[in-house]
Design a protein around this ligand. Structure first.
Ligand code: NAD
Ligand code: MG
Length: 398
């Protein structure tokens, strides 16, 4: 067991992944310390976390929220220093005292602090897949250039990481890898009659059969955009060409993904659907620690099913393969359009089926450029958001 207490910055501490991360930290006070807890606007929840974990820093979106939290911390004698804004997120992801950063902000907002953690050579535990979708080349370059340690937290990628040899970076083909089998539950509408999808409500879309997650990723799972983003994520994490990544619908979510080798072997990672397993794996790697997860009972599960994805029903999955093949800023454009589309759907301004239509319309209207610098990526992101917003206001897909 490692002797030094590890200081962890948790980006997105109040979210689903953030709360699970804190649960693993809670179980191992001898190994981990919550150094900085960062959230968007949930003052009450962050305050409770500060009281329990006594972090050195806490961060909220703006100055007035930060002042409110700071006041509450002082009133109970806590000396947590409260900061605000993106600059604070960047600083608290790169300070020398920080050993590891849990990147668990949802969406594009996580890109800059997560990139800063990589550029500071930190151990980066990556849940925020949008970072790799938007700026995969830039981010992976920073990881290599600055000697960061990148550990995937997304359950599928964590499973693939566990099923690959330790030296996979020398190239998948030379490791004998034929295929990456990326499993997908298929979400809540895997078998719904197509006609019913037109009237899906946010509550129905967020009711995932196997996982309890934030609302954005839950909607992405219902459209299978999530699996599309994960195909792009796998491409960058493992330098896997698009044709090597096969999506396999597996409704039980017990096999979290697998790797097929030239000799006919398939190595997989199995477990109950509980994000504390991949989180604990990333935190303790290369060691293993208890995560509070129920042991897998194969007798209770009894059977596992598999089928091919339906690219017609799940148009977003096809769009993701398309932008991955196109390259440059195309994935960032899709990601931005999708974030706007999902937010509009959750707010009741876009029907469920409008999400894929809007994504496709933005991709068709906006030519992709080279990925280039962070500024190029952010410009493509902003333009795609603007265009998606306009299309929604024009009620094109209502
Ligand atoms: P969530 O909505 O539950 O939490 C998001 C967190 O990010 C919150 O703490 C929120 O305060 C913070 N946040 C949001 N916008 C922010 C901003 N502009 N600036 C700073 N902080 C901001 O989301 P989640 O389900 O925990 O997902 C987080 C990330 O992890 C996503 O990228 C998701 O795709 C990925 N992921 C989640 C799961 C899961 O089981 N929940 C599994 C795999 C991957
Ligand atoms: Mg996943």
């Amino acid at each position: 067991m490692s002797s030094k207490l590890q200081n962890i910055t948790v980006l997105g501490a109040t979210g689903s992944i953030g709360v699970s991360t804190l649960d693993v930290i809670r179980r191992h006070p001898d190994r981990y310390r919550a150094f900085a807890l960062c959230a968007h606007s949930q003052v009450d929840k962050l305050f409770e976390q500060c009281v329990e974990f006594r972090p050195r820093f806490a961060v909220l979106r703006d100055a007035s929220l930060a002042a409110a939290l700071s006041e509450r911390c002082r009133s109970v004698g806590l000396d947590t220093e409260v900061r605000h804004g993106v600059e604070a997120l960047i600083e608290l992801s790169s300070l020398p005292e920080v050993d590891a950063v849990m990147a668990a902000i949802v969406g594009a907002a996580g890109l800059e602090p997560t990139l800063a953690a990589a550029r500071a050579g930190k151990k980066v535990m990556l849940a925020n897949k949008e970072v790799l979708v938007m700026a995969g080349e830039l981010f992976m370059h920073a990881v290599r250039e600055y000697g960061a340690t990148l550990l995937p937290v997304d359950s599928e990628h964590n499973a693939i990481f566990q099923s690959l040899p330790a030296d996979f970076a020398r190239g998948l083909e030379s490791c004998g890898v034929q295929k990456i089998l990326l499993t997908a539950s298929g979400g809540p509408f895997r078998n719904s009659p197509l006609a019913d999808l037109a009237n899906v409500t946010p509550e129905q879309a967020c009711a995932h059969p196997n996982w309890v997650m934030g609302r954005k990723i839950s909607v992405d799972s219902a459209t299978m955009m999530n699996k599309g983003l994960e195909v792009i994520e796998a491409h960058w994490l493992f330098a896997a060409p698009p044709d090597m990544i096969q999506v396999v619908v597996h409704p039980q979510s017990v096999i979290h993904s697998a790797v097929q080798y030239a000799d006919g072997s398939v190595l997989a990672q199995l477990g109950n659907p509980d994000m504390r397993t991949p989180i604990a794996y990333a935190m303790a790697w290369p060691e293993r620690i208890a995560a509070g997860v129920e042991p897998l009972d194969l007798f209770k599960i009894a059977r596992l099913d598999f089928s091919a994805p339906d690219f017609e029903r799940f148009r977003c999955l096809q769009l993701a393969y398309d932008v991955l093949r196109e390259g440059g800023t195309a994935p960032a454009i899709l990601n931005a359009a999708n974030e706007v589309a999902v937010a509009a759907f959750l707010d009741g301004h876009l029907p469920f089926l409008g999400i894929a239509l809007l994504n496709e319309a933005v991709l068709q209207a906006m030519p992709a450029g080279p990925e280039g610098s962070l500024a190029d990526v952010l410009a493509a992101d902003a333009e795609a958001r603007h265009m998606a917003g306009q299309l929604i206001r024009q009620q094109r897909f209502a």
